[in-house]
Design a protein. Structure first.
Length: 78
């Protein structure tokens, strides 16, 4: 995964792989949060959010977070 943060708080992340290539575009809200929209070359799209947390809180968040599945055909390549 590669990424850049430009002046003005804009962020662009690109992820390439064997399935679909994803592009995430959005804005850095403050030093702890960012959000935006994503698209992929398989026709999928959606929104994303990132929140920076203290490492000591990370395991608790992961334990309480529901598991997500990428089962949308638009996000997968056959």
């Amino acid at each position: 995964m590669t990424g850049t943060v430009s002046e003005g708080g804009d962020i662009v992340l690109e992820a390439t792989g064997a399935c679909c290539d994803f592009t995430y575009r959005g804005s850095v809200v403050d030093c702890a949060t960012a959000s935006g929209e994503w698209t992929n070359d398989c026709g999928g799209q959606g929104t994303w959010n990132m929140t920076k947390i203290d490492p000591s809180e990370a395991s608790e968040v992961l334990e309480n977070e529901p598991e997500e599945y990428a089962d949308d055909p638009a996000t997968m390549r056959s």
